[in-house]
Design a protein around this ligand. Structure first.
Ligand SMILES: Cc1cc2nc3c(=O)[nH]c(=O)nc-3n(C[C@H](O)[C@H](O)[C@H](O)COP(=O)(O)O)c2cc1C
Ligand SMILES: [Mn+2]
Length: 477
C-alpha cells in the first residue's frame, strides 16, 4: 500500500509490529530524545509518544519513521521482509517514472490556521533531542520548500531547524545544498527575504524525495509522485505563493531574512557525533502555522542508524551508480550501508583493476565529496552482504597496491568527524578507495585464485545434486 499521509503509514506500522506506542508521559527535554536514540541503536521500532509533558493531550510526537529497512519497505508498499536489493529496485523504478503534483484547495493541513503573533512555535512539543544541542529542533523529519524567483524552480529538501524564539527558527543548510544555493544566489544577492515553508509529517515518500540526492534544478515533487505512483496533492500557503503537501501534519510558513543571522547548533549530527560549536545560521521569521487537528510532530532522532542512514544512503547510492555509469565505469551495484553513516560506499564492477579504481575515485570526488571510504569489489561479491564485502576486502585488497587516496580542498564534507577543525574550515579532505578486485592483468585461467564456494568451485552437476537433496540430508533451510 502507498500512503497519502503519515497517519496511514503509522497504522501500517502498528499492524506489522514496527511501532511502539508510549502512553506513559515523557518529557520533551531529553527523555524523549534518549528513548528515541536507543530505539535506533537497537534497530528497534518507530515510536509514537502520545503524552508529552506540557502538551499532554493536544499534540503527540512520532519518531524515527524509516530508520530500519523493514519500515522503508513498508513505506514503498513492499512486504516488510523485502530484501535491501528489492528496496533499491523499487526506488529506482519510481525514480525513473516521475509524476507531477496536483494543486488542491481543501487540505487537512489547514484544519487549524494561526497567523502573525498567534503562530507561536512553543505551541508545538519540540524535543530537546541530545544533551548539548544548541536548542530544541523542530525541523528534523521535515520537507522544506523554497523557490528560485528567477526561474520559478521549486526545491524540496530536508534541513534541520532549531527553535530560536516563539516566532523564529535558525537553520543550517550547507552552502552546497540547494536551499543554501538558492538563498545565496537569488535572495541574499538582491537583499530580498526568501519565502519558505517547512512541512512536517507528510506522507513518507514525499519525505524520501526531500532527503534525496537529486540534481540541481530537479523537481523533487515529481520524484515523490514517481515513488508514490500517483501525484502528491499540494495546497497554497496562507502567507506566500508556495505550495505545500496538503496531507502534512504541520506546516510552518515564513521567510528567511537576507540580512540577518541567528545562532544555531551545535547538534548531534547524522555521522553520530556532535562536532561543531554554536555558529551563525540562517534566520527564519514565522508568518503562519497551520496544522491538522491533534497534529503529530514527526522527528528523526539524528545519530547512529537514524533515518538518514537508510533513506539518504539509498538515494545517495543510486546517485553514485548513475554518475559512474555516465562516466563509463562498468558498475553493477552500489550500496551505502546504514552502519557507515553515509560516509562509506561499496560498488561492484564487471572488471576492476588500477585504471577503474582511479576513475571511480576521481569521478566521485570531483564535486562535493560527502563520502570518504569506498570499497570496489568484483561483480561476484554481493554488495548488500557486508560479510561478503569484508571477506573480499580481507583477501583481495593488496595492502600496498590496492589502496588509492585522493586529496581535495573546497569540497570535503564539513561534518566528517575525523577531519580537524582546520580541515573543515577549508573543506579539505581525502577519499580512500580499497580495491578489492582482481588485477586486470592477471590471467583468469591460471593466475586468478578460484573462489572456493559452492557457486564457484564445484561443477554444475555436483551443485545441482546437492541443492536438490538439501532437505533430504536433514537440513531445515
Ligand atoms: C534528518 C535529516 C536532516 C538533514 N539536515 C540537513 C541540514 O540541516 N542541512 C543540510 O545541508 N542537509 C541536511 N540533510 C541532508 C539533505 O536532506 C540532503 O542532502 C538533501 O539531498 C538536500 O536536498 P537538496 O539536494 O535539494 O539540497 C539532512 C538529512 C536528513 C535525513
Ligand atoms: Mn534539490
Amino acid at each position: 500500500m502507498i500512503f497519502d499521509d503519515n497517519r496511514g503509514f503509522v497504522e501500517a506500522l502498528r499492524e506489522s509490529g514496527d511501532l511502539v506506542e508510549v502512553e506513559k508521559e515523557v518529557s520533551w527535554d531529553l527523555e524523549l530524545g534518549a528513548i528515541s536514540r536507543l530505539a535506533c541503536e537497537k534497530d528497534g521500532p518507530a515510536v509514537w509518544f502520545k503524552r508529552v509533558t506540557d502538551y499532554l493531550d493536544e499534540v503527540s510526537v512520532f519518531v524515527n519513521p524509516v530508520a530500519t529497512w523493514r519500515r522503508i519497505a513498508i513505506a514503498l508498499g513492499l512486504p516488510p521482509t523485502a530484501t535491501v536489493r528489492e528496496i533499491y529496485e523499487a526506488y529506482e523504478k519510481g525514480e525513473a517514472n516521475p509524476v507531477d503534483p496536483v494543486e488542491v484547495t481543501e487540505a487537512p493541513c489547514k484544519q487549524v490556521v494561526r497567523t502573525g503573533v498567534d503562530a507561536n512555535l512553543f505551541d508545538l512539543p519540540t524535543p530537546m533531542l541530545h544533551e548539548g544541542d544548541g536548542g530544541r529542533y523542530l525541523g528534523t523529519w521535515d520537507l522544506v520548500i523554497s523557490k528560485d524567483v528567477d526561474s520559478g524552480w521549486v526545491n524540496w529538501g530536508m534541513y534541520r531547524f532549531m527553535v530560536y524564539d516563539a516566532h523564529h527558527l535558525t537553520g543550517f543548510p550547507r552552502p552546497t545544498s540547494h536551499l543554501g544555493k538558492v538563498f545565496q544566489e537569488h535572495y541574499v544577492a538582491k537583499g530580498k527575504p526568501m519565502p519558505l515553508a517547512i512541512a512536517i509529517g507528510t506522507d513518507p515518500l514525499s519525505h524520501f524525495a526531500a532527503a534525496a540526492t537529486y540534481a540541481l534544478g530537479g523537481d523533487e515533487a515529481s520524484l515523490a509522485g514517481g515513488l508514490r505512483g500517483r501525484p502528491v496533492e499540494m495546497v497554497r500557503c496562507e502567507t506566500s505563493d508556495l505550495l505545500v503537501p496538503a496531507h502534512s501534519e504541520i506546516v510552518i510558513e515564513g521567510e528567511v531574512l537576507p540580512d540577518r543571522v541567528g545562532l544555531e547548533g551545535p547538534y548531534g549530527e547524522y555521522p553520530g557525533y556532535r562536532t561543531g560549536e554554536m555558529g551563525n545560521g540562517i534566520l527564519f521569521r514565522t508568518t503562519a502555522i497551520t496544522h491538522r487537528e491533534k497534529p503529530v510532530l514527526t522527528v528523526d532522532a539524528t545519530g547512529y542508524k537514524d533515518d538518514s542512514s537508510t533513506v539518504t544512503a539509498l538515494s545517495g547510492a543510486l546517485a553514485i551508480k548513475r554518475r559512474l555509469e555516465r562516466h563509463g565505469v562498468p558498475v553493477r551495484d552500489v550500496y551505502v550501508p546504514p552502519e557507515g553513516a553515509v560516509h562509506l560506499a561499496v560498488m561492484s564492477v564487471d572488471y576492476g583493476g588500477q585504471e577503474v579504481a582511479r576513475k571511480v575515485l576521481q569521478v566521485l570526488t570531483s564535486r562535493r565529496a560527502l563520502l570518504s571510504k569506498l570499497f570496489l569489489v568484483d561483480a561476484d561479491t554481493d554488495v548488500f552482504d557486508m560479510g561478503k564485502v569484508l571477506h573480499a576486502f580481507s583477501t583481495k585488497c593488496h595492502p600496498a597496491n590496492g589502496i588509492h587516496v585522493i586529496h581535495y580542498e573546497g569540497r570535503a564534507n564539513t561534518l566528517t568527524p575525523c577531519y580537524s577543525q582546520a580541515e573543515r574550515a577549508s573543506q579539505k579532505g581525502a577519499t580512500v578507495l580499497y580495491d578489492c578486485t582482481w588485477p586486470g592483468e592477471w590471467s583468469r585461467e591460471w593466475e586468478t585464485p578460484v573462489k572456493a564456494t559452492l557457486d564457484s568451485i564445484f561443477s554444475q552437476e555436483v551443485r545441482e545434486k546437492v541443492l536438490r537433496n538439501w532437505s533430504e540430508y536433514g537440513f531445515k533451510q
